[in-house]
Ligand binder design. Structure first.
Ligand code: GLP
Length: 251
């Protein structure tokens, strides 16, 4: 098994453990390409990285970043866009060069051209060194929703009703949640040299068990991560409670 599972006793502990992995990557490879994620889960990890930057322990001066996804129809000015989220939760507080940060353009007039441009950009950077991922309740990664096939390339996806409902908590009403998004595909994610999958809270325990130990199927997109040669999982005890219960031999 090439999967490494780190268990934090709570969210703060898990976030620090995850931040150590990012910090090690940036320290060893100052010009690395970080694949970054949004959602509530990575926020604590970003806060820890900001603290280390402020303390002078970490520099992002030559780091490049590519984000997983963006809502179609939302731009940097919208406080629900993922570009806005990244600026607010990380980029504005560290010394990353803004021109080194990429998030798909949800306002592009031609979304399929934008998908192609995004893939070309990732290729030009030489791929992702460390890809940070959260996980949706239905097993989505980025916005790769449960499907009949694994979408390889950056693509325009219609969000699952479950995802729209889960993400409604960030909007004033469910009607404001965009119905579609641009997401990096499974190929770019799987070609990352290392993957750091984060999960927190009781609500993620079933999907974590299914993703890490269930059948590998596009119906649970995160299950493909079982095939990655360098998968690091950082979860808190609640999110990993079924994993630790069902696979005690690993701990
Ligand atoms: C969104 C994002 C995903 C994220 C997921 C989980 O749908 N597109 O990248 O992993 O939500 O979010 P949370 O971390 O808030 O549970």
């Amino acid at each position: 098994m090439t999967m490494k599972i780190m268990i934090g006793k709570d969210y703060a502990d898990m976030s620090r453990k995850a931040a150590h992995v990012v910090s090690a990557t940036v320290t060893l490879h100052p010009d690395c390409v970080l694949g970054l994620a949004t959602g509530s889960t990575p926020i604590g990890m970003y806060q820890q990285l900001i603290k280390w930057y402020e303390a002078g322990d970490l520099s992002f001066e030559t780091v490049q970043s590519v984000n997983l996804d963006e809502y179609v129809g939302l731009g940097a000015e919208s406080d629900q866009s993922y570009r806005y989220f990244m600026n607010e939760n990380l980029f504005n507080h560290i010394n990353i060069n803004p021109t080194h940060t990429s998030v798909p353009n949800g306002l592009a007039a031609d979304i399929s051209a934008e998908c192609e441009r995004y893939d070309r950009h990732i290729d030009e950077l030489g791929g992702v060194d460390l890809q940070v991922l959260g996980i949706g309740n239905n097993g989505h990664i980025g916005f790769n929703e449960p499907s009949e096939v694994f979408e390889k390339r950056t693509n325009h996806v219609h969000l699952a009703q479950k995802t729209i409902e889960a993400n409604a908590r960030f909007f004033t009403s469910i009607d404001e949640v965009p119905k579609s998004a641009v997401t990096m595909g499974i190929k770019s994610i799987m070609q990352a040299k290392a993957i750091l999958l984060l999960a927190s809270g009781e609500g993620k325990k079933e999907i974590m068990e299914a993703a890490l130990f269930g059948p590998i199927t596009p119906k649970v997109p995160a299950s493909i991560l079982q095939l990655h040669p360098n998968l690091i999982v950082a979860g808190d005890e609640a999110a990993l409670s079924l994993v630790t219960k069902n696979h005690p031999e690993l701990f």
